[in-house]
Design a protein around this ligand. Structure first.
Ligand code: FE2
Length: 388
């Protein structure tokens, strides 16, 4: 919802008669959030989106989580994940709490059905691959390093043209652009690291006119169902409003750098209830003559930090590679590993890409993450000469 968009055919006013060429009425749908009080869109369907033929059980696997005990910093090597499938079936749960669940998925095939998560917004990060998200708002092409925001209630399916690795964060609420980047009128401020033009909305193509039996898998915070609907979910002839899925590529993120080290909030991309997202992208390092480019040691006592390593040389971290995830637990000190400070001195830039989420409630860990864990990670700050 970076700004208002209108696509396709629309009547001159909302909530009035809008007729098809055959004389029948288009079916208006209000797609609203927070009741009727937050962002919304109006969609015009060829036929009513309400025509449900059948509701079936969807026996979806429920992830099980355990506390981070003993409480420590952890490293999960998701690059060794073996689960594949379509974008929903391939999801492997990693960490989560009552605000957010994080998955990784190695997507090898198209979804033969549609998916609708009405439990909150989804934030996707495409690590590798490309393809299409077919949605009721139109077609959204995705490529490597895209963030994709999918509002709660969007009906979609992922159709990869190349094998796709996607990180997904399921939020309990809305994924939004941080308020600090917006002026009083909602426009992105001049000092923001991105601009409205950097965001890509779906392109509305000709509506799918088919009727028949279409499968929509619906999920809402652990309650699941399969709907068989009579009208193709992508039969929209026009829509307008502020609420729609959109993509933003981190290559378009213009990082804010400084004379001294900038903390993660300078790299904020999105926020959600109980969660703050950041992106670390190629950038010039700090330019004070005595600057130390890598971060200082710190304990984030208020949040758990999850970093997903995308590409480049991760200068402050030893032993991580593309697809690694580190969990730095609230209160557990972390920082550059031995030798990283000295070797960073004099460096002028970094080519690293990593995406981060900080959560303000403790993260629980799902079994698949434990199966991919390097259990010695918490010892990685010990100098080689003193390791037992
Ligand atoms: Fe940190």
């Amino acid at each position: 919802m970076p700004s208002y968009i209108a696509q396709g055919a629309l009547p001159p006013k909302r909530h009035i008669q809008f007729r098809r060429p055959d004389g029948g009425l288009y079916a208006e749908e209000l797609f609203s959030t927070k009741g009727f009080e937050s962002v919304y869109s109006l969609l015009y369907h060829l036929r009513p989106p309400t025509a449900t033929l059948e509701v079936r059980d969807w026996k979806r696997r429920v992830p099980t989580f355990s506390p981070n005990e003993p409480l420590r910093n952890r490293h999960f090597l998701t690059q060794y994940n073996k689960t594949t499938g379509d974008a929903i079936e391939a999801r492997v749960p990693l960490v989560g709490n009552s605000d957010l669940t994080m998955y990784v998925a190695d997507v090898t095939g198209p979804m033969e059905y549609f998916y609708r998560n009405v439990g909150g917004d989804e934030l996707l990060f495409i690590h590798r691959g490309e393809g299409l998200l077919q949605t009721n708002f139109g077609e959204l092409e995705y490529r490597a390093r895209d963030y994709v925001v999918i509002p709660s209630g969007t009906t979609y399916r992922m159709l990869p043209t190349f094998p796709t690795r996607v990180v997904t964060w399921d939020s309990i609420g809305m994924v939004t652009i941080p308020k600090k980047y917006r002026n009083a009128f909602g426009q992105l401020e001049e000092a923001a690291p991105y601009y409205e033009r950097d965001f890509r909305a779906p392109i509305l193509r000709a509506p799918h006119e088919e009727t028949g039996e279409f499968e929509v898998r619906v999920s809402n915070n652990g309650r699941n169902a399969i709907y068989i609907v009579q009208n193709h979910p992508c039969d929209v002839i026009g829509w307008d409003g502020y609420c729609y899925p959109y993509a933003f590529n981190v290559d378009e993120f213009m990082p804010i750098t400084g004379k001294l080290h900038q903390p993660p909030p300078a790299h904020a991309t999105f926020e959600a209830p109980g969660a703050a997202f950041c992106a670390f992208v190629p950038r010039m390092f700090d330019y004070h003559p005595l600057a130390i480019p890598v971060p200082y040691n710190h304990s984030s006592v208020d949040c758990d930090e999850i970093l997903y390593y995308v590409s480049g040389n991760f200068m402050s971290r030893r032993g991580v590679s593309e697809g690694s995830i580190t969990l730095h637990a609230a209160g557990a000190p972390h920082g550059p590993q031995p030798g990283a400070v000295e070797s960073s001195l004099g460096k002028t830039s970094t080519d690293e890409i990593a995406v981060m989420v900080d959560t303000f409630k403790p993260l629980l860990i799902a079994q698949p993450a434990l199966d991919l864990e390097d259990p010695k990670y918490f010892r990685s700050w010990i100098e080689e000469t003193t390791k037992a």
